[in-house]
Design a binder for this molecule. Sequence first.
Ligand SMILES: Nc1ncnc2c1ncn2[C@@H]1O[C@H](COP(=O)(O)OP(=O)(O)O)[C@@H](O)[C@H]1O
Ligand code: SF4
Ligand SMILES: [Mg+2]
Length: 328
Amino acid sequence: MNGELIKVQGLKKFFYLRTGVFSSAAKPVKALDGLTFGVGRGETAGVVGESGCGKTTLARIILGLETPTEGSVLIDGMNPFDVKGAQRRALRRKVGVVFQSPQASLNPRATIGQSLLRPLILHGYDMASALEMIGRVSSSVNLGRDLAERYPHQLSGGQQQRACIARALLLSPEIMLLDEPTSALDVSVQAQIINVLLDLQRDMGLTYIFISHDLNLVRAMSDRIIVLYMGLIMEEGPAEDVFNSPAHPYTRALMNSSPPFTPRRSRADENAARDLIRGEPPSLIDLPPGCRFQPRCPQARDKCSNSRPEPQQVAPNRLASCFFAGNS
Ligand SMILES: Nc1ncnc2c1ncn2[C@@H]1O[C@H](COP(=O)(O)OP(=O)(O)O)[C@@H](O)[C@H]1O
Ligand code: SF4
Ligand SMILES: [Mg+2]
């Protein structure tokens, strides 16, 4: 690891919801409840967990789109919520983002060329430099020049997502936040996008935060894996170690629910496998007093209902938040 480019420290995000029309009391939805981790320069950190565990909230805070309730995010030593003016603009350029749905991310009334041109003109580039930059990023994601004249609906899902990746790369970011970038795509196209992302990282030395509900997909992309459950880190460590010997019961459950990542796996395989983790996560408003995974955990014992396990080191460079980590 070449130094930590992203440092997340004690990060909490609570959303306050009114409990009833006549009630003034607001109860928090604890979307993130104290995350601490770092991401090295050039590294891929895979963030994995079921829907609703806080993945997008984490991405939005790193992007500066949500303010933390507590804790901090430092990008190259700078807190996006402290810096102002030119420093803030420089920090914004450091982070590119690709979301799940390319269709929702692209303006349906603009051609792909117009969508790529806009951020560059807004950042003050002249037309000749902007066109040169667009040509360069388009070829780096295998997006043909002929597609620039087309509207999003005239492109396939894979082409749309490559256009979104190109747009994220325009301002030469150091970090790419990839929030379920292949989840809305046909399974056959997923591998194509993964390969584009891996090539880009190799060629440009980018740092990735790759977010997905699918542990097998995260493994294919990541150096380190961070397993999130209900706003807390359940397990963290080198991807191969976590995958080969998961220390936390939740990681094991996720593994059982993720079909192997191959270009041939079907949507039906994915849907069937996703149902394998028994039960639903409890409400983020009325949290269980002990371990958050206790109501669904096959290894749960009495102690698990009363107190919450803190992250503990289970091997060099590996943490797990379970009283009985490693005992399957
Ligand atoms: N703006 C918001 N207001 C209230 N609750 C929110 C808001 N954004 C997210 N949440 C809640 O926070 C939790 C985490 O959401 P999210 O980060 O989108 O999860 P994920 O991306 O892992 O599916 C969910 O329970 C979600 O309903
Ligand atoms: S602390 Fe207990 S309930 Fe929580 S994951 Fe470990 S064994 Fe399961
Ligand atoms: Mg999400």
